[in-house]
Design a protein around this ligand. Sequence first.
Ligand code: SF4
Length: 703
Amino acid sequence: DAALSIPDKKVDSVCPYCGVGCQLTYNVKDNKILYVEGRDGPANHARLCVKGRYGFDYAHHPQRLTKPLIRRAGVPKRADMAMDPERVMDVFREATWEEALDLVGNRLSSIRDHYGKKALAGFGSAKGSNEEAYLFQKLVRTGFGSNNVDHCTRLCHASSVAALLEGIGSGAVSNPVMDVTKAEVVIIIGANPTVNHPVAATWIKNAVKNGTKLIIADPRRSDMDRLTHRFLQFKADTDVALLNAMMHVIVHEGLVDEQFIASRTIGYEELKHNVEGYSPELMAPVCGIDADTIRYVARLYATSKASMILWGMGVSQHVHGTDNVRCLIALALMTGQIGRPGTGLHPLRGQNNVQGASDAGLIPMMYPDYQRVDNPEAIMKFERLWGTTLDKEPGLTVVEVMHAAKEGKVRGMYIMGENPAMSDPDANHAREAMAALDHLVVQDIFLTETAYLADVVLPASAFPEKTGTFTNTDRLVQLGRQAIDPPGDARQDLWIIQQIAERMGLDWHYTDVSDVFDEMRRSMPTIAGITWERLLDEHAVTYPCTEEGDAGDAVVFTDHFPTATGKARFVPVEVIPAAEKPDAAYPHVLITGRQLEHWHTGSMTRRATVLDALEPDPVALLHPLDLERLGGKAGDLVTLTSRRGEVALYARVDEGTPVGAVFVPFCYYEAAINKLTNPALDPFGKIPEFKYCAVRLSLGGTS
Ligand code: SF4
C-alpha cells in the first residue's frame, strides 16, 4: 500500500554504526522508521553503506527492553548460562523505575561506603552521545569516587592514542579521510575499510581512480587488493620489523626531510641509530616481504609530494600495538609527511562515537580533553567545576576491572551500552568476573549477554530515540536528532544517568542535552568555540574550534604540535613477539575482527532484518588449503579451541586469510569467539591482543 509507506516526517541525523559518521535522514511514519536516506554530510556526501541504509529496524525489534528488570531472588548468576529470550521472566521480574533506581542507588552507595570508592567501576559506551559519555564519567568520578571508568576504546585504539599523545601530543587524526583524494600515496595498514569503514573506502577507491597510488600492508588480503599499487601481505605479528625496515631504507638513502626533523621534532638520532639493525635484507624473512618491495614502498612514501597513512585494529590490537603506531608516527615525522593536506596520520576510529567518548573523558587516566587525572592543575580545574574532591590516581582499564572483580576488589559495576560478555578477551573469564559482582546494573536496549548477568537491567533508548552530539573519526562533532520515541517504559540514557546520580547523593540540574554540552565546552578547550545553535544550524563542526566563529581545523599540526615544546618526538622501538605463539598443541593463529553486515557484538545488526538475512550464521574464514588439510569443505562445522575456550562455526573458504591462520568475526553470541582470545595487554595502551593467539582446529562440533 503506497499510502502506508509515505513518511509523515523526515529527521536529519547521523549513522549509529561506524566512525566514518555518515549523515542520514530518517523517514518516519507513526513512530516507525520506514527507510533511511543518505544526506550531504562532510564525510559521506549522501553515500551510505549497507549498515547505514538498512540497519535501522533493530529499534523496532520485539525483543526491545521496555520495563526495568530485577533479578528474581535466588536465581544464580551463571557465567556459562545460555541466554534464552523465551525464558527471561524465569530470571528477572518487571519493576517500576522507582523500585529499580532505588535498588541501584542503594546497592552502589552501600558498596562504596562499605568497601571503599575503588570497589565500584563503570563502563560507558562509544555508541552513546558525547553528553552521555561526559555525564557517565562525571558520575563515576564524583559519585562513585574513583577514576574506574572506561569504555571500548580500550579494545580498539587505546594503543594508537597512547602513541599519538606521547609522540605528537594529540590522540586524534591529523587529516580527515577525505584527504586521501589529495594524496599521491596512501598507505593503509592493518585495516579493511571496505568492511569496517565502507564509505571511507569509497573515497579511497575514488582517489585510486584519479591516480593516487594505494599501498596496503596486511596479513589478510582484502578485496581492495585489486586496486592496490602494491599489496604487502606481511606475516601477522611482524609490523615493527616491516616498518623499521622501511625507515632503515629512508635513512640510508637520504630520503629524510632534514629541515622538518630539525625544526619540528626531537629524538631523531636515537631513532636513526635504532633502525640501523633493521635492513630490508635482514627483515625480509621475518616479515615475509622481499627486500626490493620494502625499498620500493619506502621510497615511494618518502618522496611523494603528499603521503598519508591510515590504520586500523590490525595495528593496534597487539601487545606491541603502541610500538606499531610509534613506527607509523616516526615514518611520517622523518619524511615530513604531516601537517599538510593529503598527508598525515589517520587511525580509523571504530564506533560512531569512540572519538567523542574518549574526548569526553570516558577513560581512566584522563578527564575530558585528555587532561590527566594525576596532573595537579587538571585536578584543581575539575574539582572547581564539579564542586567536589577527586581521586588523584588513574583508574582501572576494561580488562583490569574484570581481574579486580574476579579477585573481589571491584564489587559493583554500572555498564551502559557495552557488552563485555561478548567483547572482552577471554570472555569466559569476563563473564565469571561479572557473575561474581555483588551488584551489576546494565543499561541497554536489549537483554545482551552482559545484561543476562545483571542484578538490575534498565531499558534505555536506541540511537534514533535521542538527541546528542557524536564525533566521527575526522574530529567532526555532529548532531544526531531524535526521530522516534522509545518503546514502553524505556527511557533516555541521560535521564537514567541523572536518576542514579541523584540517588548517590549528587545534585545535578540539567534540563536539556544542550546544558550538558555547554558544561563540556567550559571544560574542553578543543570544543570551546562550538555552540549548540551552530550545531543546530550547520549539523557538524570540526574541532579544534577554540573560539566562537572558528571554522575548525580539518588539517592540524601545520606549524606546531600540541606538546610542551611544540615539537614531535621520535620513539624508537624493537620487535616484541605476540604473547602466545602457535605451537604443536595449538598450531593456528586466530585473528578476530568484524564483517560488513554486522556491528561489533551484533546486538543491533543481528536484529536488523536485512543485515541478519545477509549474514545469519557464525563463520570461520579459512584458506582453502587449511580446510582441505582438515578434510572439510565450505559450510562444514569447524571447532576452534584455545587454552581458554572452544567454539564451533561454519567454515567459509577465504583465499585472503593466510595459510595457518583463521579469521572469525566477534558478533555471534552462539559462537562467541572472544571465549578464545588472549587477554595479554599492550603495556602502554592496555589493549588486549585480539589480533593474535594460538588455536587448534578440528572438523565437527555443535553450533
Ligand atoms: Fe554508517 Fe559507517 Fe556505513 Fe557510513 S560507512 S553508513 S557511518 S556504517
